[in-house]
Design a binder for this molecule. Structure first.
Ligand SMILES: [Zn+2]
Length: 95
């Protein structure tokens, strides 16, 4: 009788592994596994998910955070460049 008993009735160990490794569509390639823009490098395979099309939820979250930071930095750079351009133009116009 003991032999027939499920040693892991709730499958807790398996469930926990699945939860901690929740997979979501790769935020970089959108689950396409490849990025056409980079097709000249390694056939455009997505370096974020390594051509799997999915990443862990944690990795996706980190990528989104990085992207937000990157975008804000780019926006700041553009604003800075525009400001310098406007300044240069003001000097040019004044002369
Ligand atoms: Zn990807």
């Amino acid at each position: 009788m003991e032999m027939n008993a499920n040693p892991n009735p709730k499958g807790t160990k398996t469930m926990k592994t699945t939860e901690t490794c929740e997979m979501v569509a790769c935020p970089r390639c959108g689950g396409e596994k490849r990025i056409l823009t980079f097709s000249y490098v390694m056939g455009g395979i997505c370096f974020k998910c390594h051509g799997v099309g999915k990443v862990t939820a944690e990795a996706a979250e980190k990528y989104e955070a990085w992207k937000r930071w990157k975008l804000s930095k780019v926006a700041a750079d553009v604003a800075h460049a525009e400001m310098e351009h406007a300044y240069a133009k003001a000097i040019y116009d004044a002369e």
